[in-house]
Write a protein that binds this ligand. Sequence first.
Ligand code: BT5
Length: 324
Amino acid sequence: QSELRTRLLQAFSEADGEFLSGQKLSETLGCSRTAVWKHIEDLRSEGYKLEAVRKRGYRITRKPDKISGNEIQLGLKTEFMGRHIHFEEVVASTQKIAHTLAGDGALEGTLVVADQQTEGRGRLARAWYSPKQTGVWMSMILKPEIPINKTPQLTLLTAVALIQAIEDVTGLTPEIKWPNDILINGRKAVGILTELQAEADRVHSVIIGVGINVNHTKEQFPEELQHIATSLAEETGQQIDRAKLIQSVMIRFEKLYKSYLSHGFKPVKLLWESYAISLNKKLIARTLQGTLRGRAAGIDDEGVLLLETDEGKLEKIYSADIEI
Ligand code: BT5
């Protein structure tokens, strides 16, 4: 049923605003014209505007404002990223759902998206503020055949894809703070959370959670976040189409990810470095083991941060909060 829906939306997307006849649709989808009509009625009830003209057929004239699986899939030109979407209005955390789906054999590229999270989470069980109708809260399920020690590279790859997508959609150029923060004018607009399902030395699934503050106004952030967080709308002065943004992330991510799987981390690393603000700067890294002060010398080929301490020692930082 949902497969049919996806193909219907795909057909409209490929028609690019032209009419599609009921006959043509039923042939393309391999179902009866009554079934086509029923699906079109369903789309209408979800807020799509469809024009129907006798002898010519149907076309979509407006997509609904709200975010949904259909919204994201309409016009999505990817091979596997976002081809399967699990959408819900309200969830505790998209990460939780993605973990369950991944365990149940979800395919690579499966995307879990929610309009609102009640228990959105960051690293180290910190909370991620995820109110309704304003953000992109999603988790991507990946099945790369890479050793566990390489998985942090995917966080960096995701950051690059997100920056490119944000550039495409808004014209803004965000910056990366190692490992997982994307900042605009010094404030955090995006957070990334990479989690694994793995045994011994084999990765089953990598689940990458992405939170993007999109249409929040400054006042909509809780007080404790107002001076550290920002949104794309706040920075551009414009409302941003969340479904389009997700599409753009899917396209950018897929391209980088494919290049990564065939050519390795090097090309991603170069891109990452070009967006990084922390390189060569003095910084403080707070790790679970303690606090280090020094200069960010770069990242190594694994994606690990290299910190040259004030004492001149080169330390590898696998996980930390960075203060610049
Ligand atoms: C992160 O953690 O930045 C990773 C956030 C990942 C969120 C996504 S949303 C979809 C998916 N499902 C989930 O449940 N999570 C993922 P961390 O580096 O630990 O940063 C967390 C800190 O950022 C908090 O302690 C706050 O200070 C701050 N923060 C919380 N909500 C924020 C927001 N909406 N915008 C900016 N900063 C925020």
